[in-house]
Design a protein around this ligand. Sequence first.
Ligand SMILES: Nc1ncnc2c1ncn2[C@@H]1O[C@H](COP(=O)(O)OP(=O)(O)OP(=O)(O)O)[C@@H](O)[C@H]1O
Ligand SMILES: [Mg+2]
Length: 254
Amino acid sequence: MLEVADVTKTYSGVPAVRGLSLSAVPGQVIGLLGPNGSGKSTTVRMLVGLLRPSIGAIRWEGVDIQQQLLRYQASVGYVPEEPHLYEYLTAPEYLELVGGIRDIPASALSRRIDRYLQLFGLETDIYAPLSAFSKGMRQKVLISAALLHDPAIIVFDEPCSGLDVESTLVLRALVRTLATRGKTIVYSSHVLDMVEKVCDQVVILHKSHVVAHDSVSRLRELSQAASLEEVFASLAVSRDVDRIGRELAEVAVS
Ligand SMILES: Nc1ncnc2c1ncn2[C@@H]1O[C@H](COP(=O)(O)OP(=O)(O)OP(=O)(O)O)[C@@H](O)[C@H]1O
Ligand SMILES: [Mg+2]
């Protein structure tokens, strides 16, 4: 079980996440939802062991991840928000590099790389450097890199970013299948529809606080809303979005 116990993270004394608690068991997809700057990526970076909580602890199978960081990170796959890749490598070279770091035997690695590139429709792009890849193509390489070592925990931060409709549907089926295979999954996104479709539980963050934490159906029931979008709007959208949109369109013509 992955447990976040009363975690607070501050940057130079300013809290980015306050008093967050959650737990996810294998087979569960937990969604992190919230407006810009609400603390999703900070939470994700703590969950993958890149940031240390200022207060509280994150435990995997009962042990604080800080006490077993390398072992823990070996069982985590992470799709980061920013698609930073080694631009001069090709996709197979990049995945070989990641697979080497993950200690995957050469024959299995080469088989997996071929399969990911084929399934993501990148098999004709194997000689191009990653600098020539579009945002969606980069995202497919990042997702492949996160899954290569068959991790027990997979953390996605805005994984749909840049993906077209078909690839988004593929990602949805992939996440649900990984959950069925017993993976523990954290899925952070703005895309409400996707969160609603793939997550079992949702944590809604707003200004670094948790404003709701429940199953998608229960959240809808509680607020008697038809969709998660309405729940989200009632809990986390505090500004007059229509007025701001209209005023933004006027700025350069006034
Ligand atoms: N490295 C950092 N140093 C200082 N402050 C930071 C840092 N990273 C994030 N913050 C602050 O922490 C808060 C939460 O940021 P975070 O990136 O976690 O939000 P987010 O929910 O992922 O936002 P977005 O939806 O835009 O990706 C913001 O106020 C942000 O300015
Ligand atoms: Mg973010």
